[in-house]
Design a protein around this ligand. Structure first.
Ligand code: CP
Ligand code: NVA
Length: 303
């Protein structure tokens, strides 16, 4: 049996991703109906957080509780990781005790190293380069409310960051077109633009970029670790706010998504995020359901 990690969305095949999204919907229904689903009884998830989190921590902890298992929150301030114990040693030790390990960290190389030394599945809960767990929830939200995303146009407005990189992977796997509206110097990873050129293109003008989009998504202009660049970025992204005028140029049935936390008045106007039909709260909730399906997939299936 091989250990399956989830470091990027590409660790899943298209069929596996579609099955996982379907399963997320089933698990959501089971929870709403009070149907027990303790498929991870006696299993433990270690959660290593080197950056802050609200949604990721609470959704993973709650997921493990509802699946009948347990979770352990670990931060560098109170583990030996923060005192310089190597990642390799931490991975080897933790993976002899727990059944899966979730990691939120800075450099993507760190999580790759972690996975290389782990006997159990490692889940990327955000690195500087990718945020695949968020994409599971975003795709689940789109599918729930609008159906199949294949062949649609999705517009990413703002920073070509970790979320945007993961959106490119999603565009490739589910075959939709991703139009990225970003200022010069803030593009997603160059190798992704080349490798997945069939599914992604840059359009500098946000008004042109959102045309015909079935989904418009954005994220903060300065991600965790980029706080010192906030002022410079605020100036660079000034023309890239998603407001009602911009949403009006997208398809009439377009939905807006934001992984949160959001900065109203910066990347998104209050009018868009707080609209009565805003799906961002549903999107946040779906982190729980999608990650339950992911944990079940990684821990219960023979690979
Ligand atoms: N969207 C997301 O990952 O949120 P947190 O940083 O609160 O976990
Ligand atoms: N791009 C953001 C996402 C937060 C969930 C960051 O990395 O801080």
């Amino acid at each position: 049996m091989t250990v399956r990690h989830f470091l990027t969305l590409l660790d899943l095949s298209k069929a596996e991703l579609l099955a996982l999204l379907k399963r997320a919907g089933e698990l959501k229904h089971m929870q709403y109906s009070g149907i027990p689903h303790e498929y991870l009884k006696n299993k433990t998830l270690a959660m290593v957080f080197e950056k802050a989190s609200t949604r990721t921590r609470v959704s993973f902890e709650t997921a493990m509780t509802q699946l009948g298992g347990a979770s352990i929150f670990l931060s560098p301030t109170d583990t030996q990781l923060g005192r310089g114990e190597p990642i390799e040693d931490t991975a080897r030790v933790l993976s002899r005790m727990v059944d899966a390990i979730m990691v939120r960290t800075y450099g993507h190389e760190k999580i790759k190293t972690f996975a290389g030394y782990s006997r159990v599945p490692v889940i990327n809960a955000l690195t500087d380069d990718h945020h695949p767990c968020q994409l599971l929830a975003d795709l689940q939200t789109y599918v729930e409310h609008r159906g199949d995303i294949s062949g649609k146009t999705v517009c990413w407005v703002g920073d070509g960051n970790n979320m945007c990189n993961s959106f490119i992977h999603a565009a490739h796997l589910l075959d939709f077109e991703l139009v990225v509206a970003c200022p010069t110097g803030y593009e997603p990873q160059a190798d992704l633009l080349t490798t997945f050129a069939n599914n992604v293109r840059i359009e500098r003008n946000p008004q042109l970029a959102v045309r015909g989009a079935a989904l418009v998504a954005t994220d903060v202009w300065a991600s965790m670790g980029q706080e010192a660049e906030q002022q410079k970025r605020t100036a660079a992204f000034a023309a890239y706010q998603v407001d009602s005028e911009l949403m009006a140029l997208a398809a009439s049935s377009a939905i807006f998504l934001h992984c949160l936390p959001a900065h109203r008045g910066e990347e998104v106007s209050a009018g868009v995020i707080d609209a009565p039909d805003s799906l961002v709260w549903e999107e946040a909730e779906n982190r729980l359901h999608a990650q339950k399906a992911l944990l079940e997939f990684l821990l219960c299936h023979q690979h």
